[in-house]
Design a binder for this molecule. Sequence first.
Ligand code: PGA
Length: 243
Amino acid sequence: MRIIIEKDYEAMSKKSAEILAEVVNEKPEAVLGLATGGTPVSMYRNLIDMNKEGKIDFSKVTSVNLDEYKGLSGDHDQSYRYFMNNNLFNHINIDKKNTYVPNGLAEDIEKECSEYDKRIENLGGIDLQLLGIGNNGHIGFNEPDDFLHMSTHLTGLTEGTIEANARFFDKKEDVPTEAITMGLGGIMKAKKILLIASGENKAEIISKLVEGKITTQVPATLLQVHPNVTIVVDEAAASLLKK
Ligand code: PGA
């Protein structure tokens, strides 16, 4: 694992945008695995600026997102499709037809999941997968459990995750309790992984991710066996790392 420590959230965001831009500049038709959440918002803002300045071209890029809440349509303001449109896709020169987010309203969820995986395979796999990390070590919505899933699947959200995400909704009861998420297999098959985290409240999970034992109870620890992982954190999130 390559660990890059930046001073603060803004510096972390700039650095991670540069790493993503390098991948696209090297391979203009790159397949990007993208993530939602509070953490990548400023990274996406940096990418929007870089796109306007001609420093990155998304015209040939395809994106696949990690997850989507079950039951929310793409125009619900808390859906991840809406988040991606608003925070990135509407402001860059990507062809929206080449942006994929699981369909939270799919009637046949199993079919939606298997088609999602097939699409990624047909695209030739993910060149760069961007990840945030939950306080409990979830990546995507792969929550701590005795067993983890290989493929895209429907999953229940833990109480802690529902609580963490309640800040985006009017009230906690509005947070969906299930989501479609790429599985650990889908994430681990990405050629390169970029995980970003910021703030003191991520310090403990970042130390487990980097220095802890590999366990399905902290799904992100599986990244320790991936051959090409870069972690960009700010000083606060790195504050419990030993070395
Ligand atoms: P956050 O979420 O970026 O809002 O902290 C990360 C995650 O839960 O994966």
